[in-house]
Design a protein around this ligand. Structure first.
Ligand code: UDP
Length: 255
């Protein structure tokens, strides 16, 4: 059993601090935050960080600042696990947004936490909610909205959230927009915990198919995604760049 302090220990990969948490600890942290008095803090922010996030943060100090301010930067992406091992501070497991939405919903159903699904293409969040409720019939869905992270949409989204008053808000606008959006609004978000989950609604709803477990276990989920969605190749060029920079950090300490 990890102590709270250990659970919050981090490994710094190319100047981004990643929390060395597994799913059990992540759920524990969420539970702790939801147990705090309602007035205690602003909405907690969870970012599910992969190598793309880290390269983007190097190029954009504002995004680096968002990650630094987040309450939890969870290690999504096998590249982070390899990097951490190379840097001598291994991470336990991938804590992905796509598994996170399911694991957190399961705990939410057990504890009576209310969830809100925000983002993805119109109609997708509805199917996501349906699938989650089929799996966890006790799950309380406080609301669903597609919307967009544009400022013009904020008043309508804010009004919906104020009415719904969810405990947990899943935001599926893709990074870095979802993470900027949560950071920008967290002081007035009527939710206790907000988590950026990228394309997770698409996976749960069956709009996109995730790599089979054995491919995930081999650490090749990124390759599966590239083969299914070849338009991602330009974004994925960040992966070799990330690998080179991590090797340099491991060898010279320079970031
Ligand atoms: N998306 C959205 N509104 C936007 C931009 C994107 O709802 O203005 C959704 C899109 O439909 C998809 C997700 O955000 O469900 C992006 O998924 P992706 O896997 O690209 O996320 P990333 O890997 O960039 O975090």
């Amino acid at each position: 059993m990890m102590t709270a302090v250990e659970a919050r220990s981090t490994v710094t990969i190319l100047d981004v601090a990643i929390h060395r948490v597994d799913f059990a600890q992540t759920l524990c942290m969420v539970e702790t935050w939801l147990g705090e008095p309602a007035t205690a803090a602003h909405c907690r922010q969870i970012c599910t960080v992969n190598p793309e996030f880290i390269i983007d943060a190097r190029r954009d100090p504002a995004f680096a600042a968002v990650l630094a301010r987040a309450d939890l930067c969870a290690p999504d992406g096998v590249g982070l696990l390899l990097a951490a091992r190379l840097l001598g501070a291994p991470l336990r497991e991938r804590v992905t947004g796509s598994d996170g939405i399911v694991r957190i919903s399961q705990r939410a159903a057990e504890r009576g936490w209310r969830i809100f699904l925000l983002g993805a293409a119109p109609g997708v969040a509805e199917v996501t909610a349906q699938r989650l409720c089929e799996r966890y019939p006790a799950l309380q869905v406080a609301g669903i909205h597609s919307g967009s992270p544009a400022d013009a949409d904020w008043p309508a989204i804010h009004a919906l959230l104020q009415q719904a008053r969810p405990d947990i808000l899943f935001v599926a606008y893709g990074h870095p927009r979802q993470d900027f959006w949560i950071d920008r609004h967290r002081h007035e978000l009527p939710a206790r915990v907000a988590i950026g989950v990228g394309g997770a609604f698409d996976f749960v709803a069956g709009v996109s198919r995730r790599a089979p477990r054995w491919v995930q276990r081999l650490g090749l989920e990124w390759l599966h995604r590239l083969l299914r969605e070849p338009w991602r190749w330009r974004r994925m060029m960040k992966l070799p760049h990330f690998a080179l920079l991590v090797a340099r950090q491991a060898l010279t300490g320079r970031t």
